[in-house]
Design a protein around this ligand. Structure first.
Ligand SMILES: [Zn+2]
Ligand SMILES: [Zn+2]
Length: 366
C-alpha cells in the first residue's frame, strides 16, 4: 500500500505526490510575459539578440507573417522541463499591436505519470523599426562594385540578362546568412554593366563565378573611403571583369588556325578547328591560350545549299546570296551529305571551310 500524497491525501505515485500534485509542482514549460517584438516594417525581419532574423516572406499574408514573427521571438522564451513535449499556439485576441496567445503544452512531467495538457498565457507586444539590412540599403550602402566589361565590344543584352540573373540568384541565396547580401544599384550603359553590392564577400563570390563562366580577365582596385569610429581604415573594392572579344559561335584564331567557338564554361573554351575538322578544349593555363585572337562574328558565316552529290566526287554547293556554284571535297563535310540541305561555311584566306553541327542551325526552317 503506497503512502498518501503529502499535499492532498490521494494515492502518491512519485516523490510522495499524486499525479495531479506532481504535475502542478513540475510544469512542462515556463514562458515569460509580456514579450516585446521588434520587427522591420520593410522586410518583416525580427530583432533577436545579436542581430535580425530574416524571413522569406514569399506569398505570406500579414497574418502569416505575424505568426512567423511570433514563432521566432517565442521559441527562445519558452523553457521546457520535460522531453517529448508538444507545443501548439492559439491566438485568443489581437489588438492593434498586442497579441494575446495561449501556448498549449502536452506531455509527461514524469515517465510514471500519464500525459497531461497545460495552458500558458503570453502577451506579445509589437513594435516596428528598420532592420540593419533595410537601413543600409536605403542609405545606399555598398562595399564593392562589380564592373562587367568586354574586350573591344559591347556586352550583349543576352549576356547582361544572364549576368543579372546570376547576381540575383546568388544574392537571394545569401539573404538569410549575410546582412549585407543586397544589390544597392545596377548601372547599365554602353560600356557595360555595374553591380553595387552590399557585401564584399558576396561580390567576390559572384566575381569568381563570372571569371570562370566567361573566362574573363580580373582586376581589383581598392579605394580608401574613410575611417570607422575606432580609426580603422575603410576601403571600397572595385572588381573589374573583362570578357573576351569573342563569344560562343564566333570565329577565332588559335595558333594561327581558324576555329569556331562552340562553348564556354568553367574556365574552358570548346572550339572546332576548321582546318583539322576537330574539336578541342583550351583554357587560360594552356600556352596556346595567348595565341588566341579574334577573327569574325558568327554573322560572317555564309549559307550554302547542297546542289548535287555523287558518291566519290566533289560536292556541288550553291551560295544562298549570289547563287554562285562551287565545289568542295566530300572530306570537308563533318556530317552526312544530303542534297538540298542547308549548310554553312566560313571563308578564311580564300579557302572555304564548312562549319560543324550544321543540323543544329536553323532546324526550324527545314
Ligand atoms: Zn496530491
Ligand atoms: Zn528590413
Amino acid at each position: 500500500m503506497a503512502a498518501p500524497c503529502y499535499l492532498c491525501g490521494e494515492e502518491a505515485v512519485v516523490d510522495g505526490l499524486c499525479n495531479n500534485c506532481y504535475d502542478e509542482q513540475h510544469p512542462l514549460m515556463e514562458v515569460s510575459t509580456p514579450i516585446p517584438l521588434l520587427a522591420c516594417k520593410k522586410c518583416g525581419s525580427v530583432k533577436i539578440p545579436g542581430g535580425w532574423q530574416k524571413i522569406i516572406i514569399g506569398k505570406m499574408n500579414s497574418e502569416e507573417l505575424a505568426e512567423k514573427q511570433i514563432e521566432i521571438i517565442l521559441e527562445p522564451e519558452i523553457k521546457l522541463f520535460a522531453k517529448g513535449v508538444t507545443l501548439t499556439l492559439e491566438e485568443e485576441k489581437k489588438l492593434d499591436r498586442v497579441s494575446h496567445l495561449v501556448v498549449h503544452a502536452s506531455g509527461k512531467s514524469h515517465e510514471k505519470i500519464p500525459p497531461h495538457e497545460e495552458q500558458h498565457k503570453v502577451e506579445i507586444r509589437f513594435r516596428y523599426g528598420t532592420c540593419d539590412t533595410c537601413g543600409m540599403m536605403s542609405g545606399g550602402y555598398y562595399e564593392a562594385i562589380l564592373q562587367m566589361r568586354a574586350d573591344g565590344r559591347e556586352i550583349s543584352d543576352d549576356e547582361k540578362k544572364e549576368m543579372t540573373k546570376t547576381v540575383t540568384d546568388m544574392t537571394v541565396a545569401r539573404y538569410k546568412s549575410d546582412d549585407k547580401a543586397f544589390i544597392t544599384m545596377i548601372n547599365d550603359d554602353k560600356y557595360g554593366i555595374d553591380y553595387y553590392v552590399g557585401s564584399e564577400y558576396l561580390a567576390r563570390d559572384i566575381a569568381d563565378k563570372f571569371e570562370s563562366r566567361y573566362i574573363a580577365e580580373r582586376k581589383e582596385n581598392y579605394k580608401l573611403i574613410g575611417e570607422d569610429k575606432t580609426g580603422k581604415k575603410k576601403y571600397r573594392t572595385t572588381i573589374l571583369l573583362r570578357l573576351p572579344r569573342f563569344s560562343v559561335s564566333d570565329f577565332i584564331l588559335v595558333n594561327e588556325q581558324p576555329c569556331q567557338v562552340l562553348a564556354m564554361a568553367r574556365n574552358t573554351l570548346t572550339c572546332y578547328n576548321l582546318v583539322r575538322q576537330e574539336r578541342f578544349t583550351i583554357n587560360p593555363k594552356n600556352a596556346r591560350w595567348r595565341t588566341i585572337s579574334y577573327l569574325a562574328p558568327l554573322t560572317d558565316r555564309r549559307e550554302f545549299m547542297v546542289v548535287t552529290h555523287v558518291y566519290g566526287q566533289p560536292v556541288q554547293i550553291m551560295d544562298s546570296k549570289n547563287f554562285d556554284i562551287s565545289e568542295v571535297e566530300e572530306s570537308a563535310f563533318d556530317s552526312e551529305i544530303i542534297s538540298g540541305a542547308k549548310i554553312y561555311g566560313f571563308l578564311f584566306e580564300d579557302q572555304l571551310y564548312l562549319l560543324p553541327d550544321q543540323t543544329h542551325f536553323d532546324v526550324s526552317e527545314n
